[in-house]
Design a protein around this ligand. Structure first.
Ligand SMILES: Cc1ncc(COP(=O)(O)O)c(C=O)c1O
Length: 383
């Protein structure tokens, strides 16, 4: 039996990335020193309300929309569910998305009897299929297109989707799950013309359990959580003040070093991919050349091996990574994203997602390069 590695290398940042120290520092007083409920009437309540309104301003600035449109949620899943269900419940009509969306969008779209479109080989929404659907179904109410994919980092043509919907189905609204784009792309630019945007803190230096759906003023939304009428009647329940403060701080900080971080991480991602492709016979990059993607993910397929065994041996060597989307609770089911891209099941079975962030170092990449080829080689021998 192999010895466990002393070195721990975390290459699963697309699943969750650490909160920045400044975020933790900003949150702490709101866990103990400031107990006010933001819905209350006294001074401490007003302090809490002011704190979440500052966070509202920061999130609105990040997305390029109005602070009044920010609905704080428990994260990306709730924001996505609220976007799809909330819009559909506010009027009749059909929702549309692609087969590569996150389950938090796909499931509500499917459950509502909506249309799930194919993708191209890069996993991007098929614009021709979208156009045909917009032309053939009269009552399309919502089109949901993720800004960047959680498994591959592939960037969708959001502006083209907005243009098509505006032209062919002017009564419909566009939602974008920008959860995996926030750390890397200027949301105010890429989500321009989008009516609803989902984000979540734990993918860009904020805390887990804090996210937002940012909604354009003209969009009617029926809440999923009813009760006290918080968040302008769009999401009842006492706000999670410490987490929202952390989300706001992360929103302020991410824009400061985003470009520099993206360039540095892209160089590490390219070095990691090139090193693995050179060292592992038969390895292939999952995303075709020329497809735009965020710097976050090195995604490779090693045909003939099972990624469950690969992940187990990687962990023994101190590397934490993932294969299918982490949100499938660690279960290594075949990836619906790779299936949508037309990747053969046998090839997809040997896929590996190594995802990076601001805190990733060259030494992390060196360690991954020093252990992965040998592990894949060993697994290939038993294949
Ligand atoms: C693209 C995308 N959307 C939504 C979610 C769900 O976000 P949360 O974990 O905050 O519920 C994730 C999480 O992995 C994601 O990657």
């Amino acid at each position: 039996m192999d010895e466990q590695s002393d070195r721990q290398v975390y290459l699963d940042h697309a699943a969750s990335t650490p909160a920045r120290p400044e975020v933790v520092e900003a949150m702490l007083p709101w866990l103990s020193e400031h107990p006010g409920n933001p819905s209350g009437a006294h001074r401490m309540a007003r302090d809490a309300r002011r704190a979440i309104d500052d966070a509202r301003d920061a999130v609105a600035a990040l997305v390029g929309m109005e602070p009044g449109g920010v609905v704080f949620t428990s994260g990306g899943t709730e924001a996505d569910n609220l976007a799809v269900d909330g819009v559909l419940r506010a009027g009749s009509g059909v929702a549309v998305c692609s087969a590569a969306e996150h389950a938090a969008v796909l499931e509500p779209v499917r459950e509502s009897g909506g249309v799930v479109l194919p993708t191209d080989a890069g996993g991007r929404i098929d614009l021709v299929a979208l156009e045909e659907t917009l032309d053939s179904i009269a009552d399309i109410r919502l089109v949901s297109v993720m800004a960047a994919n959680n498994e591959t980092g592939v960037i969708n043509p959001v502006a083209e989707v907005v243009a098509l919907v505006t032209e062919r189905a002017p009564d419909a609204v566009v939602h974008s799950d920008a959860v995996q784009a926030t750390a890397w792309l200027d949301l105010s630019e890429i989500c321009s013309g989008v009516s609803l945007v989902s984000i979540t803190g734990h993918k860009f230096g904020g805390p887990k359990g804090a996210g937002a759906l940012v909604v354009d003023s003209g969009v009617a939304l029926v809440p999923m959580l009813r009760g006290g009428g918080q968040e302008r009647e769009r999401r009842s329940g006492t706000q999670n003040v410490p987490a929202i403060v952390g989300l706001g701080r992360a929103a302020e900080l991410v824009v400061v070093d985003r470009e520099e971080t993206a360039a540095r991480v892209a160089a590490m991602r390219d070095r990691l991919e090139a090193g693995l492709l050179a060292a592992v016979p038969g390895a292939r990059r999952t995303v075709p050349d020329g497809v735009d993607r965020t710097p976050a993910v090195a995604h490779l397929c090693f045909e003939g091996i099972e990624n469950e065994a690969l992940l187990f041996l990687l962990e023994q060597k101190g590397v934490c990574a993932s294969a299918a989307s982490s949100c499938s609770s660690g279960a290594q089911e075949p990836s619906h994203v790779l299936a949508a891209m037309g990747i053969d099941r046998k090839v997809a079975a040997g896929s590996l997602r190594l995802s990076m962030a601001r805190t990733t170092t060259d030494a992390d990449v060196d360690h991954a390069l020093s252990v992965i080829p040998e592990i894949v080689g060993r697994l290939s021998e038993y294949a």
